[in-house]
Design a protein around this ligand. Structure first.
Ligand code: NAI
Length: 256
């Protein structure tokens, strides 16, 4: 029986893991929300690990508000860099393999082709910079780790592009969506399945990319969501030509 700690368990990916892990009898998974285990609290983490005897820790905890991270970067760095550093140190001491989730936003988006693990990260916003620093802390501290970069996560849980589009469309709102960025929408349930397989097979460590192998713009993705729910005829979807945001985002963040 493998014992696994999941941090940030009430976030989107954490909830996807909560949904599927009970059917895997070979796994004993302990879920900790941010209230139960704050990764910026070194003593709290230490206490959890002393009692835990974990073989793996899947870190789903992160500060994911990209706009707010630009306004108050300290909070993003505290969680995405310092918090991850804390986890890496404790995992190393307790011989626990850390499986950490990172992001397409570590890249600048200037490349014309998909980004591979061989490409050099160069984040263009504070969220991306804080996540890259988290990756670097893990690599410096640990040997036993897996960093999985993913992108454009969506699911039935929480507030994400998919749930937002669906809610607006069902309320009869017309939609205006940018087509200026290219990425890979990834169902967080698929990532959760991939993580569970990784735990069971105990394979492939280092840095890797995981997406649903389908790239498109946010506009295309919105269209796909409407079609899937047979709402394309009732809801008007147009390209947002006035899309402005004070946070720079990679124009191309397709991962391979
Ligand atoms: N949502 C997305 O589109 C993408 C997400 N990612 C990464 O995937 C991972 C999972 O993302 P989501 O589940 O979508 O994010 P989420 O925002 O839904 O969940 C993150 C969870 O971390 C918790 N958290 C925040 N600070 C904490 C702290 N100090 N200690 C413990 N927990 C804390 C939050 O309360 C929340 O429950 C994150 O590492 C994120 O950076 C990567 C690419 C895209």
């Amino acid at each position: 029986m493998k014992k696994v700690l999941v941090t940030g368990a009430n976030g989107q990916l954490g909830q996807c893991l909560q949904k599927i892990t009970p059917s895997y009898k070979e796994l004993n998974v302990i879920f900790k929300s941010s209230k139960e285990l704050d990764i910026t609290d070194i003593l709290g983490i230490e206490e959890a690990f002393v009692k835990g005897n974990f073989n793996y820790c899947i870190n789903c905890a992160a500060y994911t508000n990209v706009e707010q991270a630009e306004k108050t970067p300290d909070i993003a760095y505290k969680v995405n860099a310092e918090g991850v550093k804390n986890l890496a140190n404790v995992c190393k001491r307790y011989n626990t393999t850390l499986i950490h989730i990172s992001t397409d936003y570590v890249f600048d988006g200037e490349k014309d082709e998909p980004y591979t693990v061989k490409d050099v990260p160069n984040p263009i916003n504070e969220y991306g910079k804080s996540k890259l620093l988290g990756e670097k802390h893990i690599q410096e501290i640990m040997d036993n780790y897996c960093i999985i970069r993913t992108s454009w996560l969506y699911s039935e849980f929480g507030k994400n592009f998919y749930t937002t589009i669906l809610k607006k469309a069902k309320a009869g709102e017309n939609l205006s969506v940018t087509d200026e960025q290219l990425g890979c929408p990834t169902n967080a349930n698929n990532l959760a399945l991939y993580l569970v397989e990784k735990l069971i097979q105990n394979n492939n460590f280092g840095i890797e990319h995981f997406t649903d192998d389908y790239s498109c713009t946010w506009f295309d993705f919105a269209k796909k969501i409407l079609i899937e729910h047979e709402l394309e005829k009732t809801v008007q979807l147009r390209r947002d030509k006035n899309y402005r945001t004070f946070v720079r985002r990679p124009v191309n963040s397709v991962l391979l």
